[in-house]
Design a protein around this ligand. Structure first.
Ligand code: FUB
Length: 351
């Protein structure tokens, strides 16, 4: 049974082109934040008391879907901003285009942003001119850009899905990585290795590949140390295995701290869950705790978590506006914690 609020929101979204129910007849838990452009991979931050969301800007393409995500052909970024959850959402003009990034050729995928000492930093992955995913940084004096890219990608960073975690002690960390199309499997030797399969990683009985973390230097533009593995441990204290597709890291890492506990949250990719693990410090090891978002409509699932005005919010995406994997729309819903710090699982559909 739908409550009245949901009916009202669903009706207004329908006017703007959002399907009121899924192709299977289910009702969506939340509605798209914006409907005039396609947005995905939302990285939300609170700067100066406002919410800024740094999403991917999805675009139509004729490139067919494949296991490497070639159909995700994005070329620029926009910023969404709002004074409050549920309030008016402002869409910025383009803040950075691939043409303005000397080292990049295509596929401007999931970005993140950070602030330090009067400067805003936009971190973004893109393929270089050899087709290798690297991570770049661009700066602005405004949270809504425009951003100016550094001429070279960040040395020592690679793969996709950068996320910056700013700890309370002033240290900031760059988290990155994604397997399959994100190419993390090609860096196990420390250098890019073009050989081998991108989807059969031949590691079902071996520890799964880990997301990476490295402290950022004071200028926020370079790594202050070599990247380390964000190891995920199972209930027996053993690393999750590569064959454990329901629990192992795939892409879309995020980190936050709550009540002294560090949470590492991520997508399980081909099993379409958002999962989390906790630790006592940002390097881990992290203990796997469970799923907190069931599969959404669409292949990818990607998120961020932010505290705003005393509540915790999950920004995520699905494909309500298009029902196409590569044309997504960002959403937000409240996230709840249990007294023991575990996260209450969310069903993206109401019953
Ligand atoms: O948006 C392109 C890619 O899809 C992202 O980098 C992944 O996290 C997945 O959402």
């Amino acid at each position: 049974m739908l409550n009245k609020t949901l009916v009202t929101v669903t009706a207004s979204a329908a006017l703007l082109g959002a399907a009121p129910v899924t192709p299977n007849g289910q009702h969506y838990l939340a509605q798209p934040l914006v409907t005039s452009i396609f947005t995905a991979d939302p990285s939300a931050h609170v700067f100066n008391g406002k919410i800024y969301v740094y999403p991917s800007h999805d675009v139509p393409t004729d490139i067919p879907d494949d296991d490497l995500g070639s159909e995700y052909a994005m070329h620029d970024y926009r910023v969404l901003s709002m004074d409050r959850i549920g309030g008016k959402v402002t869409i910025s003009p383009p803040v950075l285009d691939v043409k303005q990034v000397p080292w990049a050729s295509k596929q401007m995928w999931a970005p993140d942003a950070a602030y330090r000492n009067g400067t805003y930093y936009l971190y973004f992955p893109a393929r270089d001119h050899q087709g290798i995913f690297r991570i770049g940084v661009a700066t602005s004096k405004s949270p809504t850009g425009p951003f100016k890219a550094e001429p070279q990608p960040i040395k020592g960073a690679y793969s996709i899905d950068p996320a910056v975690f700013a700890d309370k002690d002033g240290k900031s960390y760059l988290i990155f990585g994604g397997i399959w199309g994100g190419q993390l499997q090609r860096w196990t030797s420390g250098h890019f290795d073009p050989r081998g399969s991108d989807t059969d990683l031949k590691q079902d009985t071996k520890p799964a590949l880990s997301a990476k973390i490295a402290r950022l230097g004071p200028d926020m533009k370079q790594l202050a140390e070599a990247p380390r593995d964000l190891v995920l441990l199972d209930e027996h204290g053993k690393p999750l295995l590569g064959g454990d597709h329901d629990r192992r890291f795939f892409e879309g890492g995020w980190m936050f701290r709550r009540n002294g506990t560090y949470y590492f949250t991520y997508s399980t990719g081909d099993t379409h869950f958002l999962a989390y693990a906790t630790a006592t410090n940002p390097y881990g090891p992290f203990h796997y705790r469970g799923h907190f978002l069931e599969p959404v409509q669409g292949w990818t699932t990607h998120h961020s978590i932010v505290e705003f005005q005393g509540k915790w919010w999950l920004f995520y995406h699905d494909t309500q506006l298009s029902n196409k994997n590569h044309l997504r729309n960002v959403k937000v819903t409240e996230l709840h914690f249990n007294p023991d710090g575990s996260i209450r699982s969310i069903d993206p559909f109401t019953r």
